[in-house]
Write a protein that binds this ligand. Structure first.
Ligand code: ATP
Ligand code: MG
Length: 419
């Protein structure tokens, strides 16, 4: 039996890294007073149609939609923001113009062709800062994405791209001009872009096809259609990012796939050339909650694709986790209660350990530890045990020390400080 196409088991060899990502994000977000929200995985189909828009890829061809037994159209959530906007309205979270700083993490579903970094069930971690139209909110959320990636030691491999896509009127004006321009070159555009001229022309800016990009290079530029107010908002975000020393590239073709964004749009991409190089996508959505029937509530947020993040950090963090594990190799597994004393000390200092209880020689156990990449091996051989001693072997250097049991607590305390 195989799992369904585009879905994967997250195995024990990976869960620790997933937990590390969640822990890192949770700790930081809680300092900034972001609170976790858990919305249902199923929602009414029309929620996504209204929020994401009928002409987007997601609604058009990627949704897992089915009728339930009462013939209601239900969809497995393809993203998080729509559900959060719905939750803000149904639970009246925005009453009295209250701010809501929220975060979520969980599975999302899109019917796409599976490939590296693209699955049908995948996971996102996202945050939403709801209730402020001020550029400081945009900066806050961007800064948080930047900090999370820094803490996960992958910022060096990432680029932040920024654009302002203005408000609905400005975008409408620009779209009209863009359509007019592109119609002149319709024959030369790629098939997808030809289709999008009439359905979702802004998405053409996102095209990866060389000839299409070439045509766009001489076309109208969104920035020239923005009002002073839009430009000022964007300038303020950029200035704050400069102050925070967060590097970014301006990308006037960045529009994001979803309909609900306005003003700031941004993506964090990895420096790899694969098509799946967008790690984080986000932006401002000032009208979404009102459009859904709620009070006018400006908001800004982002979502990170966790599978893509894992690809980036897996190797480094895995090595780190293994490096920090202490391997216990014993000559004998019967009648040596000293094992429990050693374990108790390791637990006291919260040091992770692996007690090898297989039926092999000590030498083979040490070899196994070495192969795994473990740094420290505690060796319990009958000879030393009878002298109330234990061997500590540093597998990276081959150095070996004999420690008296009576000093093991103190020695472990020292180990803790170097980890
Ligand atoms: P892409 O252009 O790669 O399809 P997107 O614009 O559809 O991305 P968003 O809707 O902005 O993606 O979702 C935010 C993030 O979620 C993406 O940047 C990506 O990291 C992740 N993501 C989106 N779709 C998938 C998927 N099918 N499998 C894995 N991760 C995904
Ligand atoms: Mg997509």
């Amino acid at each position: 039996m195989q799992p369904l196409r585009g879905t994967k088991d997250i195995l024990p060899s990976e869960t620790e890294i997933w937990q590390h990502v969640y822990d890192t994000a949770r700790q930081l977000l809680s300092i900034y007073n972001y609170k976790e929200v858990r919305t249902p995985i199923i929602e009414s189909t029309d929620l996504f149609e209204k929020c994401i828009g009928n002409f987007t890829d997601i609604v058009n061809k990627e949704m897992y939609t089915f009728n339930d037994q009462s013939n209601r159209s239900i969809t497995l959530r393809p993203e998080g923001t729509s559900s959060i906007a719905r939750a803000v309205i149904s639970n009246k979270l925005s009453l009295n113009n209250q701010m809501n700083r929220l975060w979520y993490a969980g599975p999302m579903f899109r019917y796409e062709r599976p490939q590296k970094g693209r699955q049908r069930q995948f996971h996102q971690l996202g945050i939403e800062c709801i209730g402020s139209a001020k550029p400081v909110a945009d900066t806050e959320v961007i800064q948080l994405a930047d900090k999370i990636l820094t803490k996960l030691q992958c910022k060096e491999e990432c680029n932040l791209e920024l654009n302002s896509i203005g408000n609905i009127e400005e975008r409408k004006l620009y779209t009209e001009q863009l359509i007019k321009y592109l119609k002149k070159y319709e024959e030369e555009l790629d098939k997808d872009s030809q289709r999008r001229i009439n359905t979702n022309p802004l998405r053409i800016l996102d095209s990866k096809i060389y000839r299409t990009q070439e045509i766009l290079n001489n076309g109208p530029i969104l920035k020239n259609y923005l009002s002073l107010e839009s430009l000022k908002h964007f300038e303020q975000v950029c200035k704050s990012l400069d102050y925070l020393n967060i590097k970014y590239t301006l990308n006037s073709y960045l529009v994001r796939g979803l309909d609900y964004y306005n003003y700031t749009a941004f993506e964090i991409k990895t420096k790899s050339y694969s098509h799946q190089n967008t790690l984080c996508g986000g932006g401002r959505y000032d009208n979404l909650i009102e459009q859904l029937g709620g009070p006018k509530t400006p908001a800004v947020g982002w979502a990170i694709g966790l599978e893509r993040l894992m690809i980036l950090i897996k190797q480094k963090l895995n090595t780190e986790i293994i490096n920090k594990t202490i391997y216990i190799a014993t000559e004998n597994l019967y009648d040596i209660n000293v094992i429990w004393d050693v374990i108790n000390i390791l637990e006291k200092y919260c040091l992770k350990f692996e007690l090898d209880i297989t039926d092999t020689t000590t030498r083979k156990k040490i070899k196994k530890a070495s192969k795994l990449g473990v740094k420290i091996c505690m060796i319990l051989r009958n000879n030393e045990i009878s002298n109330k001693q234990i061997i500590i072997k540093w597998l990276d250097t081959g150095k070996q020390q004999i420690v008296n049991f009576s000093n093991l607590d103190q020695y472990t305390d020292y180990l803790k400080t170097i980890f």
